[in-house]
Design a protein around this ligand. Structure first.
Ligand SMILES: NC(=O)c1ccc[n+]([C@@H]2O[C@H](COP(=O)([O-])OP(=O)(O)OC[C@H]3O[C@@H](n4cnc5c(N)ncnc54)[C@H](O)[C@@H]3O)[C@@H](O)[C@H]2O)c1
Length: 252
């Protein structure tokens, strides 16, 4: 018996990094996964990885920051895989640690549009069917930047603090209707978002990454395990909580 047998799971940003690792983990536990991401080519490669493990994957091209695109993706998902009962809101982009005076309105709108408004839009599009199906779980990929300063710049940190607030409010509003909502707060993880940064090996960056108690950055699979816990009934009494997996970043 898999922990997600019979469930359909949408994972935004599912073509790379934490999203793809989680998709593989969810599929290995019996879920049919629907990968939502920007680019058809990377989606096809990601689906192949899930299928090579023996899982079932569908792909949907979407820009989570655009309402029309999200509505079309929700409709396409219903055609492909029926009612969604697991949603992982994971798509996100970084702001290169820009302080406010280097954050023009375009950068602010782009980061908030994907990282925060994207979560709002995708949840609004999929929640009604989840309620009709009798319940489900939502896992939002937040960040240590949702808890403390310095994990990103002005826009990124603001967006992730917003994701934590949205997680709590959703859990508060819908818990008694069978919807459990929680978020994961990763520290530094080697993914598409950070690969170049880590490969460049700049002393200031690597010092702050490696000086955590764990002494290293994480691999996406280490976050996927946490996402599975929250998506499944293993976390049946967790509502609106932030689960930190940061190698000890935030205890320093
Ligand atoms: N890597 C880290 O160190 C780290 C730390 C904390 C939190 N996070 C969060 O983890 C999440 C996943 O990021 P990752 O590190 O796996 O990076 P990643 O770049 O490997 O994956 C992010 C995916 O999101 C997709 N995406 C971006 N904008 C999109 C949009 N508008 N619509 C649809 N898809 C879009 C990208 O195409 C990409 O496939 C993000 O929310 C990020 O903020 C990452």
């Amino acid at each position: 018996m898999g922990k997600l047998d019979g469930r359909t799971a949408v994972i935004t940003g599912g073509a790379s990094g934490i999203g793809l690792a989680s998709a593989r983990r969810f599929a290995a536990e019996g879920a049919t996964v629907v990968l939502w991401d920007l680019n058809a080519e990377s989606l096809a490669l990601a689906a192949k990885e899930v299928e090579n493990d023996g899982g079932t994957a569908h792909v949907v091209e979407v820009d989570v920051s655009r309402r029309d695109s999200v509505e079309a993706a929700a409709a396409r998902t219903a055609e492909l895989a029926g009612a969604v009962t697991v949603l992982m809101n994971n798509a996100g982009i970084l702001d290169d640690y820009a302080p406010i005076l280097e954050t023009d309105e375009d950068l602010w709108d782009r980061i908030i549009g994907v990282n925060l408004t994207g979560v709002y839009r995708v949840t609004r599009a999929l929640l009604p069917a989840m309620l009709d199906a009798g319940g489900g779980t939502i896992v939002n990929t937040c960040s240590i930047a949702g808890l403390v300063a310095g994990g990103g710049g002005t826009a990124y940190t603001s967006s992730k603090h917003g994701v934590l607030g949205l997680t709590r409010q959703l859990a508060f509003d819908y818990g008694q209707q069978g919807i459990r909502v929680n978020c994961i707060c990763p520290g530094a993880v080697e993914t598409g978002m950070t690969k170049e940064l880590f490969a460049a090996g700049e002393a200031a960056v690597m010092d702050s990454v490696n000086s955590v108690p764990a002494g290293r950055y994480a691999q996406p699979e280490e976050l996927a395990n946490l996402a599975l816990f929250l998506a499944s009934e293993d976390s049946s009494f967790s509502h609106g909580a932030a689960f930190v997996a940061d190698g000890g970043w935030t205890i320093r």
